[in-house]
Write a protein that binds this ligand. Structure first.
Ligand code: FE2
Length: 172
């Protein structure tokens, strides 16, 4: 498979599929696109990473959120981690993505709130990109001492940590 040429087409198709799953929920679409943006920036600074896995996992990481709300009445991470992988897998299978890539993306989606069972370079990028988008929604970014401690604790890639320091601690 000629990956480089294909990845940008797959990227566009995945965005369209994600948008159709989320429908009029523009907040979720916006979130996925922001995570994708950060993931691509971190990926550019990382060597030896599968760009298709990162791209697909960034776009699809929260894809189970509506199913979780429907079936469990809650978008809590543990429900999303169950509902997301089959939906992500179905979308990727319909695009003829290879089984190994699909399995990796499914495992990232299944762990993106808990980081329980996976620690690949691609996973770390999605983890950091999601934190970069979620921190301002969930924490008081004006408290620089606890921000600094949080950043030291959660980020798994050097580039993710650097971006967090720039965004939330005003470090250049
Ligand atoms: Fe997310």
């Amino acid at each position: 498979m000629t990956l480089a040429a294909n990845t940008s087409e797959i990227r566009e198709s995945l965005i369209a599929r994600m948008e159709s799953v989320f429908g009029d929920d523009s907040r979720r679409i916006d979130h996925a696109m922001k995570v994708l943006g950060h993931a691509e920036t971190i990926m550019d600074a990382s060597a030896g990473v599968c760009s298709l896995v990162v791209t697909a996992a960034a776009i699809l990481h929260d894809i189970g959120i509506h199913a979780a709300e429907r079936k469990h009445g809650s978008s809590a991470g543990k429900h999303q981690e169950i509902e997301g992988p089959p939906i992500a897998g179905e979308i990727l299978e319909s695009m003829n993505i290879d089984a190994e890539t699909i399995d990796h993306v499914r495992r990232i989606v299944a762990n993106h709130h808990s980081a329980r069972d996976i620690d690949t370079p691609e996973f770390r990028i999605i983890w950091d990109a999601d934190w970069l988008v979620n921190i301002p929604d969930e924490y008081d970014t004006s408290d620089s001492k606890s921000m600094s401690e949080l950043i030291d604790k959660v980020f798994k890639t050097p580039k993710g940590r650097t971006i967090a320091q720039e965004l939330f601690l005003g470090k250049e």
